[in-house]
Design a protein around this ligand. Structure first.
Ligand code: ATP
Ligand code: MG
Length: 427
């Protein structure tokens, strides 16, 4: 019978990859904790209307990328394509936004029916951060400052650059939109197909077009900067000033718009050249209108999401994974014969008790001494502990170095944990 395979674009994260994922996730959560952010966990499935109303009907995501299905009651549900909408829904539903500020983060899988390629998948993972109740550029700046700290912690700082822009209020964008449409309408015959369609539906997205001909036309297009309202200009100046204060380099990219409808004022992307075409590793911006749009009280908000797969790819390609990050064992314990096996179980448990940070693997599944030694070697352990009848008798353990020269030695059980701790620390 033919074997069932995973769904295209949905990846298994295998045991040899998960240590890098854990390292990344732990580093992110440590940095976020450092800044006083709190984790929130939302369901993966939400009502379809939540995404339609927040992301916008005429966006790539809602038009063609959502996994939408009818559940058994006939309700239209959708696998979340991003986390902001669900986070706003949850925060609002549980009264987290009432007269208070919030700094929240979450992580988990997102789903978009895109064409799978390197750095672009149908199930992918994001770490998202959302802040509520703060109007000023101070919080926008904090988000960028904390991401900069994260890049430093991960050793990625030299390989990412920050692009920022302000896309103003919705009124400012409306005026600009008209100017852009007027300009682009002169070039209808040269625009790519997607852009032509967007001219009617979502013209700002044309700025994002990858088509060279369209990009050439855009060279002389009106600039959003010239249409910004006073308040947005001031807000943007405040952001830039704080970034300079914190020593964070940035470039203003006046063509930067985001693919989701709910953004206004600040937008930003952290971009890398080390991944090829899929170069955006972290993206976000301000969305002061969204909470109200979803039925809540007007609440200023700003946030971002980063793609875990792309960051893992970066860590691997740039060889930034610390040597200590591995699934390797530290100690591999083998019992020979009935009494030896029983003793090995007890010794392993005692070691785990006093060496909670170390990986102590007890051999299971029997086999000859030779095959057990092979498995000990393959486990990556630095030391094998062998317990046979003699060792049981003398309450000792034979300790054999696997990664360094050195003789096998007998260590008394009472001194074993101390001896191993010292050896592992010295390596
Ligand atoms: P892109 O321009 O690459 O399509 P986007 O603007 O659609 O990105 P967002 O919705 O802002 O992306 O998501 C934030 C981050 O999540 C992206 O910068 C990227 O790192 C990651 N991401 C988005 N879509 C995917 C995907 N299909 N596969 C893997 N990572 C993704
Ligand atoms: Mg996209």
């Amino acid at each position: 019978m033919a074997k069932i395979k995973a769904i295209r674009g949905m990846n298994d994260i295998l045991p040899d990859q998960s240590p890098v994922w854990q390292y990344l996730e732990q580093t992110v959560s440590r940095v976020l904790r450092n800044y006083g952010y709190h984790e929130i966990r939302m369901p993966i499935v939400e009502q379809t209307d939540l995404f339609k109303r927040s992301i916008g009907e005429v966006t790539d995501i809602v038009e063609k990328e959502m996994y939408t299905f009818a559940d058994r009651n006939g309700d239209s549900l959708t696998l979340r394509p991003e986390g902001t909408a669900g986070c706003v829904r949850a925060a609002e539903e549980h009264g987290l936004l009432f007269n208070q500020t919030r700094k929240l983060w979450y992580t988990g899988p997102m789903f978009r029916h895109e064409r799978p390629q390197k750095g672009r998948y149908r199930q992918f993972h994001q770490i998202g951060v959302e802040c509520f109740g703060m109007t000023g550029p101070d919080i926008d700046a904090e988000l960028l400052i904390l991401t900069a700290r994260l890049w430093k912690a991960l050793g990625l700082a030299p390989h990412v650059r920050l692009e920022i822009n302000s896309i103003g209020t919705s009124e400012a964008r409306k005026t600009y939109r008209q100017a852009l449409v007027d300009y682009l309408s002169n070039y209808r015959d040269r625009l790519d197909e997607d852009s032509l369609r967007r001219l009617e539906t979502n013209p700002l997205r044309i700025l994002d077009s990858k088509a060279p001909e369209t990009q050439a036309i855009l060279q002389d297009a009106p600039d959003l900067v010239d249409y910004l309202d006073e308040a947005s200009i001031e807000h943007f100046a405040g952001l830039k000033q704080r970034l300079e204060l914190a020593g964070i380099e940035y470039t203003v990219n006046s063509r930067l718009v985001r693919g989701l409808d709910y953004y206004g004022k600040t937008v930003f992307e952290w971009v890398t050249d080390s991944l090829g075409a899929q170069g955006t590793v972290c993206a976000g911006g301000r969305y002061d209108g969204l909470v109200e749009q979803l039925g809540g009280k007007p609440t200023p908000a700003v946030g971002f999401a980063m793609g875990i797969e792309r960051l893992v790819l970066m860590l691997e390609t740039l060889e930034r994974v610390p040597a200590s990050v591995s699934g390797d064992a530290d100690v591999y314990v083998m019992g020979m014969g009935e009494a030896g096996e029983a003793e090995a179980l007890k010794v392993s448990e005692a070691l785990r008790e006093s060496m909670a940070q170390q990986v102590v693997v007890l051999h299971c599944g029997g086999g000859s001494f030779k095959s057990q030694m092979k498995k000990a070697d393959r486990s990556g352990a630095r030391y094998a502990l062998i317990i046979g009848d003699n060792e049981v008798e003398s309450r000792t353990v034979s300790l054999k170095p696997l990664r360094s020269e050195g003789e096998q030695q007998a260590v008394s059980q009472s001194e074993l944990a101390d001896t191993l701790t010292a050896l592992l620390a010295a390596d």
